[in-house]
Design a protein around this ligand. Structure first.
Ligand code: 13P
Length: 346
């Protein structure tokens, strides 16, 4: 492992004014997104859609530092035969790859999940590196609420085994000269308030960094992708922007060592504008030991998906919508976004 090079890639992924496009939806998830815009999900439509994003020249060259790809996409070519990975490299962004294989039920913990994909991971990483991937992603999922047997979740068991798997993955990535994005996602699906999210996320992050240390992962060569401290979507007490920003910073300061080069948030089902406003408010607080940016899936892609709707004649409109969201989030990564900028374009 060459840690200086891993650190260089990690820092490039969190370049101020840029962030990560998470375009790594599994075939099941992208089908759900396409269903919502009445587009059939085929190998070709998935390719056309992602090619549209990667050919958005302004967004890709100015606002996107890296792209997380799904296995199918990393091997696909654009319509003219150019590998999609090459389109990303040519724009100046770094190709990355989702390497987890989704979640499975966790034995003994009804309703809780463990992420799969460690078997043969070392071999797969080698092939991805050869294809151009310089970073990877693994998502662990922690839910807040009640298990199917009525117990309060998350259990310490789920937190522990998921942290262990994240650290196993991260150590294998670094060995393969690939920067791991470590993503322990505490879901915002429940009716819990912001303080419950804070408390659970704190336990999850503390356990994750404990496992990363035990398994000798070099913190300088990784990126953390956490959720924000935020009330669940069904909570009767939604959190104001300032509270999300302040509590998320407080939480991260207490759990994330300064040796970590950057934190790139997931959007987790927040509205497009909320995801931007929260990142912006955090960067306005300033004085942080790590760079804070976005690694958004839905909050970057919902608008272009709608504008495109599967029609070739809408490609330019889809690219405009993507460029707008990428630019808004890029400004937020420097604390320079204002709500008025949204309305000017709308
Ligand atoms: P969202 O921003 O839609 O949460 O997706 C980010 C991601 O990569 C989830 O694993």
């Amino acid at each position: 492992m060459n840690l200086a090079d891993l650190n260089k890639v990690a820092l490039a992924m969190v370049t101020p004014g840029k962030g990560i496009l998470a375009a790594d939806e599994s075939s099941g998830t992208i089908k759900k997104r396409f269903d919502a815009i009445s587009v059939e999900s085929t190998e070709e439509t998935r390719r056309d859609y992602r090619e549209m994003l990667f050919r958005s020249q302004e967004a890709m060259s100015k606002y996107v530092s890296g792209v997380i790809l799904y296995d199918e996409t990393i091997w696909q070519n654009a319509k003219d035969g150019t590998p999609l990975v090459k389109l990303i490299e040519q724009s100046g962004a770094i190709p990355g790859i989702k390497v987890d294989e989704g979640t499975q039920g966790l034995p003994g913990c009804p309703g809780e999940l463990i992420t799969a994909g460690l078997d043969k991971l070392a071999e797969r990483l080698k092939k991805y590196y050869e294809r151009g991937a310089r970073f990877a992603k693994w998502r662990a999922v922690i839910d807040i609420g009640h298990g199917t047997d009525g117990r309060n979740i998350p259990s310490m068991t789920a937190i522990h085994v998921n942290a262990h798997a994240l650290a196993r993955y991260a150590a294998l990535c670094q060995q393969a000269q690939i920067v791991p994005i470590v993503e322990p996602e505490v879901l915002m699906d429940g009716d819990h308030d912001i303080d419950r999210c804070f408390e659970v996320t704190q336990r999850v992050l503390n356990k994750t960094f404990q496992e990363l240390r035990i398994q000798r992962v070099a913190l300088e060569g990784m990126i953390l992708k956490p959720n924000m401290a935020i009330a669940g979507k069904k909570s009767p007490k939604p959190s104001p922007v300032e509270e999300v920003a302040e509590k998320t910073i407080l939480l991260l300061k207490s759990c994330v060592p300064a040796a970590v080069p950057g934190i790139a948030f997931l959007s987790g089902g927040q509205s497009d504008e909320d995801a931007t406003a929260h990142l912006n408010a955090m960067n306005r607080i300033g004085g942080l030991p790590w760079r804070l940016t976005f690694s958004y899936g839905r909050a970057l892609q919902a608008a272009p998906q709608k504008a495109w709707s599967g029609k070739a004649e809408n490609v330019a409109a889809g690219q405009r919508a993507f460029t707008h969201r990428a630019r808004m989030n890029a400004l937020a990564s420097k604390g320079e976004w204002e709500a008025g900028l949204e309305k000017k374009v709308a």
